[in-house]
Design a protein around this ligand. Structure first.
Ligand code: ADE
Length: 241
């Protein structure tokens, strides 16, 4: 997969994409991530990328020309058509299902805004999929781009080692993850539950499923309702426990 990120702060993003799982996935050839500075496409000596809103009001608005030019320039570098994504608090709420959809694409182009917003014609003219990482505002699209890229890249085949798996993670089946333990068996008076030490894999599996269901019911009743609707048999499992 190729991912292009258009941003005013490539230097803020590049170290993250070079480290840990994403860095390793790039080194392994699973994904190539390029950050492009939108300011390089700003006309004039002042390299202006934003301006005051027509009609007045506070703040500055990202201008069309540098954004359109950056998108068109980067898209021309590769024949594969890119799925365009705009990071904005006005977008559709990003989740694991959207991460899975994006992981199927061969090319993504993420556009990070800064300042108070985008000229509306960026939406109209570029027709991006608009994504939000949550109902709060961060200072720019960059943290959101890190979240989206990370969630997508770790789903690509070959991105995670054999030891790491996305199969049993939170949300992989619409449930939060069950509690996990490792050595020591007892720490500061807190023992590991007997059952996970029992060696009885069938019982452990069942216990984990029940714990995941109970945790989801308590912390995320919205997710719990969905999973019970889809798999009503699970109700017997939680209630029998
Ligand atoms: N830019 C600012 N806040 C954002 C959010 N919550 N999601 C995506 N992009 C943003």
């Amino acid at each position: 997969m190729r991912i292009d990120v258009l941003t005013l702060f490539p230097e803020a993003l590049e170290p993250y994409f070079g480290a840990s799982i994403i860095g390793r996935a790039q080194a392994a050839g699973v994904v190539t991530i390029r950050c492009t500075d939108i300011r390089a496409f700003a006309p004039g000596r002042h390299k202006k990328v934003d301006d005051r809103p027509f009609g007045g009001g506070p703040g500055m608005v990202m201008m069309c020309p540098p954004v359109f030019d950056a998108v068109e320039h980067v898209e021309r570098e590769d024949l594969t058509p890119a799925t365009r994504v705009l990071l904005t608090p006005q977008g559709e709420l990003f989740n694991q299902e959207i991460a899975r959809q994006l992981a199927q694409e061969s090319r993504l182009l993420l556009i990070c805004g800064h300042y108070e917003g985008f000229d509306e014609r960026i939406r109209l003219g570029l027709q991006p999929r608009e994504l939000s990482i949550g109902d709060y505002v961060v200072s720019g699209g960059e943290p959101a781009a890190m979240v989206v890229v990370d969630a997508v890249v770790r789903l690509l085949p070959g991105a995670l080692g054999d030891e790491e798996s996305t199969e049993n993670e939170s949300f992989s089946e619409g449930l939060l993850e069950y509690p996990q333990y490792t050595r020591p068996r007892e720490y500061r008076g807190m023992p590991v539950p007997e059952i996970v030490l029992s060696g009885d894999h069938a019982r452990i599996e069942r216990w984990r499923k029940v714990q995941a269901l109970k945790r989801t019911r308590k912390r995320r009743p919205d997710l719990y309702r969905k999973i019970i609707e889809a798999q009503p048999d699970l109700l017997r499992l939680v209630e029998g426990a």
